[in-house]
Design a protein around this ligand. Structure first.
Ligand code: GDP
Ligand code: MN
Length: 402
C-alpha cells in the first residue's frame, strides 16, 4: 500500500520527524483557507501516487493568496503520469540551503533492509546517482540487530555531516526516528527526498514516500481506512471478493485459476505477440458467482479488447466456471471476444455448456496454446465472430423468459 505524501507526513509528525505545518485540501477555496491559516509563503503540492511532481509542475511556491488560489486550481485539475491529482497539500514554505536524500527500503539483493543516504538529493537524485554512484551511501541493515548507532554515525561522517556538527545532531535523530517508523509500520519503503537543511541549520522532511507491506496490514488496524482509500476501486472489490487482481498495460484480460497458470498464460501471450491488460486469479474451487465477478473485474481495465480464460480444473470445476461465464454474459454484458480453454475436472461438461449457449463472441479453444493464439488474434481484431445458431439463441431466450 502506497501512502500519499500527506498521509506519510502525518506518520512522520507522530514519529517525531520534523515536517512543515500543512493541511490537505480537496478544493481550491479550501486550499486558500489553509494558506491563510498557515501563513504565506506556502507551497502547494499535488497529492498523487507518483514521483516527479516537481518536474511536472505539481509543486508550486506561492507568495500571495492569489498565487495559492491559482496554483491549487491548476494542480487539482492536473493529471501526473496518468494519475489524476486527488488533493493538494498546502504547506508552510521552507527555505532550503541543501537538499539531501534518506531512505530505508527492503532490498532483495541484501535480503533485508538497506539505508541509503545522499548529501545531494532532490528532484535530480537519479542523475546524481548515475553521474556518481558513490554519492549514494548505502548500508545494509542486519534484520536481527536493526539499525545500529555506529552505522548512523558512520553514514553521517561519510556524507561530511558528522554527528558532532550542528546539522549532524538533528540528522542523527532523524535517521533513527525514520528507522523506528519504518520498522513499526512494517514499511517496505520510507523515503525522504528532499530531506532539507534550512539556512539556519534545521533539518526538515519536505517530501514523504511510504509503502506499507500489504501482508502486514492485519497488524495495523489503524491503517484500515488508509488501505480502503489507497486501493483503487477495483483492487478493493477484488480484495473483498477474495480474488487476486493486478492491472497491467496491454489489451487482453486474463482470467485463470492459480498464480502459476496465470503467470505462464501471460508469458505465452507475450511470446505470441500479445500483452495482458490485467489478470485475475480465481484461486481454487471458485463458484459461478465468483467467476462472474472476476470477468466483470477483468473487463473493467482500460482498453480490454479480448479476454482469455484459462482453467485447469482440479478443485475448480470447469462446469462451474462455464456457468459463471454465462452469468457474466447475461448480467454484465460482455462485448469483446472471450476465448476459453477448459481442461481438467468436468472440462467436457464445461465446454458443452459454453458451446450450447451459442454466443457469437464466446469461443471455446481446444487447447491452451490454441486459446493463446486466438486471444492474440482477437485483440488484433482478426478473430471472426462465430455464426450464432439462431435457434439456440431464441431457445435460450424462451427458456429464460419462461
Ligand atoms: P517530487 O518532485 O514529487 O519528489 O516532489 P517534492 O515534494 O520532492 O518537491 C519537489 C521539489 O520542490 C523539491 O525537491 C524542492 O526543491 C521543492 N520544494 C518542495 N517543498 C518546498 C518548500 O517548502 N520550499 C522550497 N523552497 N522548495 C520546496
Ligand atoms: Mn521528492
Amino acid at each position: 500500500m502506497d501512502l500519499l505524501e500527506h498521509q506519510g507526513k502525518e506518520l512522520f509528525a507522530k514519529a517525531g520527524l520534523p515536517v512543515m505545518a500543512g493541511e490537505t485540501a480537496w478544493a481550491p477555496l479550501d486550499a486558500v483557507d489553509a494558506a491563510k491559516r498557515i501563513g504565506l509563503p506556502v507551497v502547494v503540492k499535488a497529492q498523487v501516487k507518483t514521483g516527479g511532481r516537481g518536474k511536472e509542475g505539481g509543486v508550486r511556491r506561492c507568495a500571495t493568496i492569489e498565487d495559492a488560489l491559482a496554483a491549487a486550481t491548476a494542480i487539482l485539475a492536473m493529471t501526473i503520469k496518468d494519475r489524476p491529482v486527488e488533493a493538494v497539500l498546502v504547506e508552510e514554505a521552507a527555505d532550503i540551503a541543501r537538499e539531501m536524500y534518506l531512505s530505508f527500503s527492503l532490498s532483495r539483493a541484501d535480503r533485508g533492509p538497506v539505508l541509503v543516504f545522499a548529501r545531494e538529493g532532490g528532484v535530480d537524485i537519479e542523475s546524481v546517482a548515475r553521474r556518481d554512484p558513490t554519492a549514494l551511501i548505502r548500508r545494509p541493515i542486519d534484520p536481527l540487530l536493526g539499525l545500529c548507532d555506529y552505522q548512523v554515525r558512520d553514514v553521517l561522517a561519510a556524507a561530511g555531516l558528522p554527528r558532532k556538527s550542528f546539522a549532524g545532531r538533528s540528522l542523527w535523530a532523524v535517521v533513527h526516528a525514520a528507522w523506528r517508523l519504518y520498522l513499526e509500520t512494517d514499511a517496505t519503503l520510507l523515503e525522504v527526498n528532499p530531506l532539507a537543511l534550512t539556512p539556519d541549520g534545521a533539518v526538515v522532511c519536505l517530501d514523504s514516500k511510504v509503502t506499507i507491506d500489504d501482508s502486514a496490514l492485519f497488524r495495523h488496524p489503524d491503517f484500515a481506512a488508509l488501505a480502503e482509500a489507497a486501493a483503487d476501486e477495483r483492487e478493493a472489490r477484488a480484495r473483498r471478493a477474495g480474488l487476486a487482481f493486478v492491472e497491467l498495460d496491454g489489451d487482453i484480460g486474463v482470467l485463470g485459476n492459480g498464480a502459476g497458470l496465470v503467470m505462464s498464460t501471460i508469458d505465452q501471450l507475450a511470446v505470441a505477440g500479445g500483452a495482458a491488460a490485467d489478470f485475475c486469479d480465481l484461486g481454487g474451487g471458485a463458484r459461478a458467482e465468483v467467476v462472474a465477478n472476476a470477468v466483470d473485474l477483468v473487463l473493467a481495465a482500460d482498453g480490454v479488447k479480448a479476454v482469455l480464460v484459462s482453467i485447469f480444473g482440479g478443485l475448480t470445476r470447469c462446469d462451474e466456471v462455464a456457468r459463471g461465464l454465462l452469468r457474466a454474459f447475461s448480467d454484465v454484458g460482455v462485448e469483446v471476444p472471450v476465448i476459453v480453454r477448459l481442461d481438467g475436472t468436468a472440462a467436457s461438461a464445461g465446454r458443452k455448456i459454453l458451446t450450447e449457449a451459442g454466443l457469437s463472441n464466446l469461443h471455446v479453444a481446444a487447447s491452451a496454446p490454441e486459446a493463446v493464439t486466438m486471444a492474440v488474434a482477437a485483440a488484433q481484431g482478426e478473430l471472426a465472430p462465430k455464426e450464432a445458431p439462431a435457434a439456440t439463441v431464441a431457445g435460450g431466450a424462451d427458456v429464460e423468459a419462461g
